[in-house]
Design a protein around this ligand. Structure first.
Ligand SMILES: C[S@@+](CC[C@H](N)C(=O)[O-])C[C@H]1O[C@@H](n2cnc3c(N)ncnc32)[C@H](O)[C@@H]1O
Length: 248
């Protein structure tokens, strides 16, 4: 097999996810409980990352050992909890942004109850303006919010140098359930949700091309979950900018 993606049906894909969850480092009980609570409590729980994605976040952040993490899209806090868990060794500061006050009230309360509010700071407001005010640099940035603004967020991040020189931006859902590649790529989406994902697919198609054409960054799209793009500064870009600025 020379391709990178296996052709699973929805039923088999669920079983593969379950297999991976069971054969990976276990999700801590607090995260598992929080995930289950979100599913029971929020109608739009589908927004939350999967349990396996949580296991991946913990693994990735343990390995990357970031000192600071920035997340765009908190929802009920599952992914922020995963970053917290994965950065116990580095004691990273985690800043997470979201616009939905009614969810964030629960999220903040839960962070306090779990005692993770010592390192997780929740900022409420539209990410576009919040990203104008966040200060300093981040080694790991996770974009998981409104897809049509990803380009704007990425520009803010790069222009304001919010990404540290060796940092990584992880952009979630770049497949838009498969429709980024074409509307025929996923016949299983519920009819009522199809227009939403078709619009996202179109947005993400343009975005993926624009990231690839951006001379500031190196881009890698992976068929992980609903598509994850990894972005880092292009080798030499920051040095060339600095040299140019020094000449002026
Ligand atoms: C996919 S959910 C985040 C899921 C979360 N990262 C997790 O894994 O559990 C997307 C979140 O982005 C937020 N969002 C949407 N538009 C936003 C905006 N303009 N500014 C900030 N947050 C926004 C939504 O309120 C929602 O909670």
């Amino acid at each position: 097999m020379l391709g990178s993606v296996l052709p699973f049906s929805p039923d088999l894909a669920d079983r593969v996810s379950e297999y991976c969850e069971k054969h990976s480092e276990e999700l801590p009980e607090s995260l598992d409980k929080h995930w289950e609570w979100t599913v029971r409590t929020w109608m739009d729980a589908e927004m939350m990352s999967s349990k396996l994605q949580g296991q991946w976040m913990i693994w990735m952040s343990q390995w990357m050992a970031p000192k600071r993490v920035l997340e765009v899209g908190t929802f009920t806090g599952f992914s922020a909890l995963a970053w917290y868990e994965g950065t116990r060794a580095t004691n990273a500061e985690i800043i997470t942004l979201d616009v939905r006050g009614e969810v964030l009230n629960f999220t903040r309360k839960m962070f306090k109850e779990l005692g993770v509010d010592d390192r997780i700071r929740v900022i409420e407001g539209p990410a576009a303006s919040m990203l104008e005010h966040v200060e300093g640099q981040f080694d790991l940035i996770f974009l998981d919010a409104d897809k049509h603004n990803y380009q704007l967020y990425m520009n803010r991040i790069l222009e304001r140098r919010l990404l540290s020189p060796h940092g990584v931006v992880l952009v979630d859902n770049v497949f838009a359930r498969g429709l980024t590649m074409g509307n025929e790529f996923n016949p299983y989406i519920e009819k009522i949700r199809r227009p939403f994902w078709e619009a996202n697919g179109e947005t993400l198609r343009k975005l993926n091309k624009s990231f690839l054409d951006d001379p500031r960054i190196d881009t890698l799209i992976l068929p992980l979950f609903d598509g994850v793009t990894q972005i880092k500064w292009r080798a030499g870009y920051l040095e060339r900018q600095e040299a140019g600025a020094a000449k002026q």
